[in-house]
Ligand binder design. Structure first.
Ligand code: MRU
Length: 366
């Protein structure tokens, strides 16, 4: 396994860099403009980092976790605290601001907690704000590097479930754009199976309302030479009925220990249909996406601006497709009950049914 991980790391170098750390600022690919325009923005303040996450200039569970981690470093650079106590206060404020940006993806809160805990640990060892800053910068870089490594590992496990000639149905964008690096989560097995010589194609639903599938997944997979077909979300049932897909692979924004999976709106539809048609349904995510504390009713499903549903995004910007003041319900995630999930594939291995037992086993929890 270790040799293969190193080989694949070399072979699958990221072509697109949605997040780069430039020592004192973040450089982010503005994903709202893709695939029409490749424009990078800079975030130098906590407010700018929060805005980038809230407005989905950067999006996808692991990517917003990584961005928020560097946001904590930016807080110290921006506010220049003069003592360790002041630095911890600055970090607490930054953590609160960044935690309010998006509610569902647990990676955001996981990364903020990890950064804050690192700061507390560092503060117990040094009185120098500079050393604290260095420790935090290293921790954020580590979170970033661990993500790429995790993707390669989950991709190796996931590629075992792909045969030569298979077609994978996915949803949203769970590729490198969503993870800030490398090969993504749900797409990792596809890239790795391809690198190992298997022919694998993808069917990508457009993923209304934000169109991550049409705008991002299609763009990313085609750039990497993967045969991809775009469908309307409403065609998912028919492609399964007609046996045009062999397997479903999706990412996740939060996975509970009992196996409930929160992911992009429409994931539940795919899961129920896959169950009906006997198609395996796999969820791919790093273990940082597993929430070991919450119950299903405690997780907030984000609701966004009604105009996201009233419009479609075009190269000219959003265009209205309905009556401008029609009332809208716009939940952007849903929750899939464990019974519909064939397996959860992480960097630590695969949890199959019964998920409530095997997820605990995977995480070495009693
Ligand atoms: O609203 P988004 O675009 O941030 O939602 C992204 C998703 O739902 C992805 O499937 C999920 O974050 C997994 S990304 C590897």
């Amino acid at each position: 396994m270790e040799k293969l991980v190193q080989e694949l790391k070399e072979k699958l170098r990221p072509k697109i860099r949605p997040i780069s750390w430039a020592g004192d600022k973040l450089i982010l690919l503005d994903q709202r403009l893709l695939p029409f325009e490749t424009r990078y923005i800079e975030a130098r303040t906590v407010a700018e980092v929060a805005d980038a996450i809230r407005e989905m200039k950067v999006r996808g569970a692991p990517a917003i976790g990584i961005t928020a981690a560097f946001g904590m470093v930016i807080a110290l650079i921006e506010k220049k605290p003069r003592s360790i106590d002041e630095a911890l206060k600055v970090l607490e404020q930054a953590k609160n601001t960044l935690a309010k940006t998006r509610p569902t993806a647990v990676n955001l809160f996981w990364a903020l907690d990890r950064m804050y805990n690192k700061a507390v640990e560092s503060a117990s060892k040094t009185a120098s704000v500079n050393e604290l800053l260095q420790d935090l910068e290293e921790e954020a870089k580590r979170i970033f590097e661990e993500e790429l490594e995790a993707e390669i590992r989950m991709g190796i496990y996931g590629a075992e479930f792909l045969e030569n000639g298979d077609t994978v149905l996915t949803i949203c964008n769970a590729g490198g754009l969503a993870t800030g690096t490398g090969i993504g989560t749900a797409t990792a097995p596809i890239y790795i199976a391809t690198a190992l010589g298997k022919q694998v194609s993808v069917i990508a639903p457009e993923t209304r309302p934000w169109q991550q599938g049409a705008r991002l997944t299609v763009y990313e997979l085609m750039q990497n030479g993967i045969r991809t077909t775009l469908i309307a979300d409403t065609a998912v049932g028919l492609v399964m009925y007609k046996k045009l897909v062999n397997v479903v692979m999706v990412g996740a924004d939060r996975i509970l220990l009992d196996g409930h999976v929160f992911n992009k709106i429409g994931t539940l539809n795919e899961a129920v249909l896959a169950h009906e048609f006997g198609i395996p349904f796999y969820v791919l995510a790093p273990t940082s996406t597993i929430d070991t504390k919450s119950k299903v009713e405690e997780v907030k499903i984000e609701e966004r601006d009604p105009d996201e549903v009233r419009t479609v995004r075009t190269s000219q910007g959003p265009v209205y497709v309905t009556v401008k003041d029609v009332p809208v319900f716009n939940p952007v995630f849903d929750v899939t009950p464990p019974k519909y999930v064939t397996g959860i594939i992480t960097e630590k291995g695969v949890a199959i049914q019964p998920l409530h037992k095997n997820l605990r086993r995977l995480l070495n929890l009693t």
